[in-house]
Design a protein around this ligand. Sequence first.
Ligand SMILES: C[S@@+](CC[C@H](N)C(=O)[O-])C[C@H]1O[C@@H](n2cnc3c(N)ncnc32)[C@H](O)[C@@H]1O
Length: 275
Amino acid sequence: MRISEQEFELFCQYLEKACGILLAKHKQYLVESRLGKILQEGQFNNLGDLVRALNMPGNSSLKESVINAMTTNETLWFRDSHPYDILKNKLLPELAEQGRGQRLKIWSAACSTGQEPYSISMVLDEFKGENPGAFRMGEEITATDISTRVLDEARQAEYEMLALGRGLSKDRLQKFFQPGVDGSWTLNTNIKSRVRFRELNLLGNYIGIGPCDIVFCRNVLIYFSTERKREILRKIHQTLKPGGYLLLGASESIAELNDIYEMIHCRPGIIYKAK
Ligand SMILES: C[S@@+](CC[C@H](N)C(=O)[O-])C[C@H]1O[C@@H](n2cnc3c(N)ncnc32)[C@H](O)[C@@H]1O
């Protein structure tokens, strides 16, 4: 597929408006490699024709395929490890102490294929094992993503050894998974059933999400403009209980929203507390 500069520009505008993702000029190869199949199957002559179809009302399955193709879903178990240490050693003890009589609510806001919310669920399971009686009113992890493809995979909760090898210890593999016949491993029901998956575009509304004790919004804001980041961080703030916590990716920040978030150094790791 050959893409003209103008077509690429029009596609970038469409993508930013649809899901916030900003594509740099040198990412033209990404569009070529990821959209080839969609163009062929839809019998579009070129990217310009595809953009015209995307900008028409309706066409929801085409729009969904393009989003599924253009999102980067790289993830792993217990990514960066310190967010999960902070969860276990600081946040859960604090919330277990404060929150008697209240249900614990955690949101994984760009969950990809499930490794993030399921890692959270494992930590919660371990914490509850060591602290019998904690969170007696129960707990709920809501996991959302814009990509329907990754959500389908996440709901399956079946992983190949290659994916499991990325961040999951042997102990946790043995403790939380059952081997299947085809070489994949299935997550145990108690870890899986704590997580509810839902399609959600971070550019849209967050109805039904809050009030949350903790929000993980990791490794997704990097794709957005500063303006979009601020807009999303403000909306996340509205879903957090006062004093609730926000955990971002290692290279992400609150984009100077110091009026609504307090930065807390956990050494290692930084988290944010809703003011
Ligand atoms: C790189 S993955 C990060 C996954 C996980 N949070 C982690 O840190 O390992 C980014 C995820 O953000 C999702 N995403 C991108 N744009 C989004 C949007 N506008 N709304 C919701 N999710 C989005 C992608 O589909 C992808 O699964």
